[in-house]
Design a protein around this ligand. Sequence first.
Ligand SMILES: Nc1ncnc2c1ncn2[C@@H]1O[C@H](COP(=O)(O)OP(=O)(O)O)[C@@H](O)[C@H]1O
Ligand SMILES: [Mg+2]
Length: 291
Amino acid sequence: MTGHTIEINVTGLTRSFGKTLAVNDISFDVYQGELFAFLGPNGAGKTTTINLLTGLLTPDSGTINYRGERFEPAKLTVKQMIGVVPQHNNLDKELTAAENLRVHGVLFGLRGSELERCIDFCLDFADLNEKRDTPAGKLSGGMKRKLVIARALLHQPKILFLDEPTVGLDPHSRRRMWAFLRRINLEQQCTVFLTTHYIEEAESLAQRVMIMDNAKIIAAGTPEELKQRVGQYVLDIYRDDDLENEFFADRAAALKRLEQLDLSVRIRETTLEDVFLQLTGKRIGGGKGNA
Ligand SMILES: Nc1ncnc2c1ncn2[C@@H]1O[C@H](COP(=O)(O)OP(=O)(O)O)[C@@H](O)[C@H]1O
Ligand SMILES: [Mg+2]
């Protein structure tokens, strides 16, 4: 992926909590306009990374640059450029949808008719117009999540950070959320950086995926590139009670091998779950909660 403008450059980022090394010397780039997924199991260090990138935490060492400029959380320029959707919804349940946005807008320096225009636009964009006067606490899980996202978009950020945007959503709401995030990426021309522990979310949504495990980045690339690393096709070979995998660069090679085997065998395309398993020796989340 050459020829891309670098939106965020991270070098040697490290952060620990007491004896726990949460983020261990990670370096990566995020390109302008891409939908970028940070994939890893619980405890990998994803939230810590987002908190470092958005200034909620300070690093022990390492640098973060936004469009070539060193990130200093106290400086407003970058803060105006980013929107943040935290892992847990932090809406004011008593306030209506519109009021939640208004409070946020004021914090970002929006006032008067400009503020109202932004509120109208974001409620409309998130398809929450009809709920504008409903207390946030009375919205469904999917709507609450959308409202938090609408709020993060209010000041028209260039980069949207979302920490586990679809946790707790049912499979249908999750898919609708994916469509919404794609729309933000395309229609708002917003760089989207999301964390997830759902393989399918990273695989079907992101243009590039970075896999994190145990505070380290273990691989990064497009889903296709990551799969090519282990082989695009895989055989599930059932031996006694065991399942073994063999990977192949192409379908023809996999089929040739399949013909040699006198066992119960299935051929399929490689998934990011296979990639994760090959690179770490373990499954990402036991498949739990996958849409
Ligand atoms: N505030 C904190 N105090 C102590 N340990 C923390 C804190 N935040 C995160 N950790 C630890 O850092 C590691 C990474 O956590 P986190 O960044 O939340 O991972 P993820 O978001 O990938 O689940 C975990 O071992 C977690 O227990
Ligand atoms: Mg987390």
